[in-house]
Write a protein that binds this ligand. Structure first.
Ligand code: OFO
Length: 168
């Protein structure tokens, strides 16, 4: 495997792992603040990111590359409220999308069409996750500081997320 691509895939393993830990921290914050729907949503996002990480680990190994399991920075664990929580979610997804686009670009530069093909799954996944994060943050911006709005957002978040997935 080309060493530049191998190193980018190892970086991506770290980003997926960091997103998983960040979302676990957000789930725990929501759980501790009585927002059970939001907590469930982020527990499941955290699991998804872990799967994205594992998929990369397996792929690099299958291709005979060298996987470096990374040390992670401590995730953010305090939030002023739901808006900050979902801004963190959107920023994290936008960051990951940028990194994936960078890998795609480098695959084309190095003519690694195999990795390019493998990464298409991540491109689609990022499109969906970024759209979901944006939709949820838009809804929160409409709700503003209204407490009953936050109550309903927490009650409905998992059905909003599911309907977004089925409409894609
Ligand atoms: Fe790994 O899909 Fe989002 O970040």
């Amino acid at each position: 495997m080309n060493t530049t691509i191998e190193s980018l895939l190892n970086d991506q393993i770290k980003y997926e792992a960091s997103a998983s830990m960040q979302y676990l921290s957000m789930a725990s914050w929501a759980d501790a603040n009585g927002l059970n729907g939001v907590a469930d949503f982020f527990y499941s996002q955290s699991e998804e990111e872990r799967l994205h990480m594992t998929k990369l680990v397996k792929f690099v190994n299958e291709r005979g590359g060298n996987v470096l399991i990374p040390q992670l920075d401590k995730p953010k664990d305090s939030f002023k409220g739901l808006n900050e929580l979902f801004e963190t979610f959107l920023n994290s997804e936008m960051f990951v999308t940028e990194q994936i686009n960078h890998i795609i670009y480098q695959c084309l530069q190095h003519k690694d069409y195999n990795v390019h093909n493998f990464m298409q799954w991540y491109v689609t996944e990022q499109l969906e996750e970024e759209a979901m994060a944006r939709t949820l943050l838009d809804k929160l911006n409409i709700i503003g500081d209204d407490k009953s709005g936050h109550y309903m957002f927490d009650r409905d978040i998992n059905s909003i997320a599911a309907s977004q997935e089925t409409s894609e």
